[in-house]
Design a protein around this ligand. Sequence first.
Ligand code: DHB
Ligand code: FE
Length: 282
Amino acid sequence: MARITAGVATSHVPLLGVGIDQGKMEEDYFKPIYAGYEWSKRWIADPENKPDVVILVYNDHATAFDMNLIPTFAIGCAEEFQPADEGWGRRPVPVVKNDADFAWHLAQSLILDEFDMTIINKMDVDHGLTVPLSLMFGQPAEWPVKVVPLAVNVVTYPPPSGNRCYALGEAIRNAVESYDKDLKVQVWGTGGMSHQLQGPRAGLINKEWDQRFLDDLTADPLRLRHIPHIEYLRETGSEGIETVMWLIMRGALGGDVKELHRHYHVPGSNTAVGHIVLEAAP
Ligand code: DHB
Ligand code: FE
């Protein structure tokens, strides 16, 4: 049987991809940001912890989708996904390889479980997906895990509620546990934390709110399920809603989880960089 062993959440700031791609990791600005990922890189490289597959929950930033097509929840079922050209050429990172049989199983299980997933058979993946891979794995010739992309609309109102995201996570756990191959699976939630990239409040960061969110991933996930969109917007800026995707990861981990590692650094570009590693409930 496949099983979920751990969850990882991290911001996906594009500048942090540029810092790695251009060898700036030792520079004063970047060093304390990347330092918070050293523990995680060692942890995930350990064969005890390394997953076979990552279900990588992220959002597309008007790269593969645009105002013509806005799926709320979408799952990538293709064999592979190229890193997208977001205006400066493709990132020099490996192609993202899927476990397509597993992805199709997830799609079937989730849809029959009444989550109406959009199925994607061709898509380029943007910084929302590739930057977390770089933060966790550095610069390998091939990504050491298979990746199932799971895209969530947090770009155009209305995004899904926190409660719905959490419930999708729970359905993902059921879907994983009904797959008969022995796979070690991690679920990653990416994006966030507080940030606003535009308008008069550009640069908004709310450390207190972010810290409480990190605390309550273990202490009180029920509170997090019921945070309304308007609170994300007011307290964490217009792009802070990305953090709702972390609740898909949390819902997939089950009841009591253990916090293994946490990192929080302000700012990375315009964003509060948050990162947490959680061990799944047995
Ligand atoms: C930034 C953060 C994001 O999450 C994003 O998608 C784009 C830019 C930033 O802080 O620059
Ligand atoms: Fe983003």
